[in-house]
Design a protein around this ligand. Structure first.
Ligand code: MG
Length: 177
């Protein structure tokens, strides 16, 4: 997979294992649909006077090793809760792409996030960005690997290793993974 894998390069066909009639897709929100890292880095810089750029977050554990993870969580939670309009969409055309998945006769797509407590802001963000055609919006602290989806579109590296046999992850790649 190339290093610039994005949602728009995902062919719907590639998400459809031939042995399944219907494919349940878990579509991640943060850093898959919503540019949370970009938002975070801007807010962090303005709060702490640093000059990090997006590409500085070059590892999944960056926020734990380079800064305080609590600051990351606080800033992202605050973004969802109070200023979701400042969180950008990862790439143009995502609303259409999600709608095409939702309309596909063999795909059932839910938007699934592991962040809880800011669901109102997240759903407002989805609506504001025209992402309105999907099955359910699910915010859960249950490990995604334990949810019963066939395909996971997600930027979390290693999720695939936790999935039961026969399930797959389509990794959305970025500097952080
Ligand atoms: Mg994510």
């Amino acid at each position: 997979m190339s290093s610039d894998t994005t949602m728009s390069t995902a062919s719907l066909q590639s998400l459809l294992p031939a042995d399944l009639d219907t494919v349940a897709v878990s579509l991640d929100l943060e850093s898959t649909l919503a540019h949370c890292h970009e938002y975070f880095i801007q807010q962090y810089n303005s709060e702490f006077g640093t000059s990090y750029v997006r590409d500085d977050i070059d590892d999944w554990d960056w926020v734990r090793e380079e800064i305080e993870f609590e600051d990351f969580n606080r800033i992202v939670n605050d973004g969802w809760r109070n200023c979701h309009t400042e969180i950008a969409v990862m790439e143009p055309g995502l609303a259409d792409l999600v709608a095409r998945m939702h309309d596909h006769p063999r795909i059932e797509v839910d938007i699934v996030t592991a962040r809880t407590g800011v669901e109102d802001g997240m759903q407002a963000w989805l609506a504001a960005n025209g992402i309105t055609e999907y099955g359910e919006f699910i915010a859960t602290t249950t490990s995604k690997a334990q949810l019963d989806y066939n395909v996971y579109i997600d930027d979390r590296p290693g999720l695939a290793n936790d999935l039961p046999h026969g399930k797959m992850q389509y990794l959305i790649q970025g500097p952080h993974n």
